[in-house]
Design a protein around this ligand. Structure first.
Ligand code: GLA
Length: 396
């Protein structure tokens, strides 16, 4: 927070009127299930995008980021991508979506600072989108309804706005996903944006991407450790779209709108009418959604050992069927499996690089991390520092 305020002061020579933060996320179970209208479990973690901002009245937006040298300036009435500042596209995309819904933006200055590792699959982009939407809400209070805008909320005597309710929170997630789909051009599902908005301290979110509802289940005695394979993860690349296209083609051939509504026996029976890739993608998605259902049951009976087994199985299915793992991610999961404190490990997020998530008994996290660091360097020659994450509340 302090770094963000200082960056703002240094660049704009004024004190910000608002500072917001939006957390990154870890996908715990349910790989590539979200855009198949499936089920997915995730946690919001204590690594954030922070935005310090203050309003302007000249219709201009000026952005500065601690991660990029050049600031970016544009008019609210003329929002377009600038290839020299593609980091600002996430912000511009959200502003366009809000404008489309009728939000009046008179301009603002903003400083952005991140404690989220970029490219590790922890959704720094969704956190930036969510932080942008929350910043605009503070600067120009509005209520997002299912159909457009409601009567603006009134700040209390201290200038604080009422908390965003569940329904509105999901509308924020939709706005942010639309920004990413339409302006940034990544055909992602709704997992990342929902996670940054619906996180709950020490709880796992259970997200149903068909009904767009979120439940929370408590987590006890567990440390979440992230191991970054240090291999770059870039969803704008074609691999993510290729998986999504295959899932959608498989659903069409199976006669359903989404793979969520089909079963393994139907996928197996249709094998000869699907391409090899459509079959393997459908196989993964259908089995993964069933694993999330089983995982929820294990979590609610506090059977963490069983839950961990589902995490390992999820990784195997991503590796063998969806094929979005990498040699490095597989090494990390096998190393984790060999440590007695590790209950479960799997790749998290889009795949094709990025990180693994490891569920570890709390009091043995240090020894687990030392084991991972040494083992990974020995096998790959790459230095990697495991990261313990606290499970936190979503953006507000
Ligand atoms: C990325 C996408 C999400 C989701 C995951 C895979 O993080 O942004 O929408 O599809 O990959 O589960």
């Amino acid at each position: 927070m302090q770094d963000t305020r200082s960056l703002f002061k240094k660049h704009f020579n004024q004190t910000p009127t608002h500072v917001v933060q939006a957390p990154g996320r870890l996908e715990v179970l349910g790989n590539h299930t979200d855009y198949n209208n499936g089920l997915v479990m995730a946690v919001a973690v204590d690594k954030y995008i922070h935005i310090a901002a203050s309003p302007r009245t000249d219709g201009k937006v000026e952005l500065v980021s601690s991660a990029f040298a050049a600031p970016e300036k544009f008019s609210v009435s003329d929002i377009k991508p600038n290839p020299a500042a593609s980091w600002a596209n996430y912000i511009k995309g959200v502003l366009l979506q809000l404008k489309k819904r009728g939000v009046q933006i008179s301009g603002f200055n903003a400083a952005i600072h991140s404690t989220l590792p970029m490219g590790a699959g922890m959704s720094s982009s969704a956190a930036l989108e969510v932080a942008t939407a929350m910043t605009v809400r503070r600067l120009h209070p509005f209520i997002l309804t299912d159909t457009g805008l409601g009567v603006p909320p009134v700040p209390n005597a201290k200038g604080e706005l009422p908390p965003v309710n569940k329904v509105e929170r999901m509308n924020f997630a939709k706005v942010c996903r639309a920004a990413e789909n339409e302006f940034v051009g990544v055909p992602c599902g709704i997992l990342d944006q929902t996670s940054s908005l619906f996180g709950k301290q020490s709880h796992v979110m259970e997200i149903d991407c068909a009904s767009l509802t979120v439940e929370h289940a408590p987590l006890f005695g567990i440390a979440m450790v992230v191991c970054n394979s240090m291999v770059k993860h870039e969803l704008v690349g074609g691999e993510y779209k290729e998986l999504r296209d295959n899932c959608e083609a498989a659903a069409r051939k199976l006669g359903v709108k989404f793979l969520r509504t089909t079963e393994m026996k139907q996928v197996l029976a249709a094998k000869s009418s699907l391409t090899e890739r459509e079959f393997t993608c459908a196989h993964h998605v259908v089995s993964e959604i069933a694993r999330v259902v089983a995982g929820e049951r294990a979590l609610r009976s506090n059977d963490m050992a069983q839950f961990g087994q589902y995490m390992f199985q999820s990784h195997e299915s991503s590796r063998d069927h969806l094929r979005n793992s990498t040699e490095e991610l597989d090494i990390l999961v096998e190393l984790a499996r060999n440590h007695p404190a590790c209950l479960g490990a799997r790749l998290t997020g889009g795949g094709f690089g990025g990180a693994t998530i490891n569920m570890v008994t709390h009091h043995e996290a240090e020894s687990f991390m030392a084991h991972m660091e040494a083992g990974y360097e020995k096998q790959t020659g790459v230095k990697m520092k495991p990261l313990v994450c606290m499970v936190v509340d979503g953006a507000n």
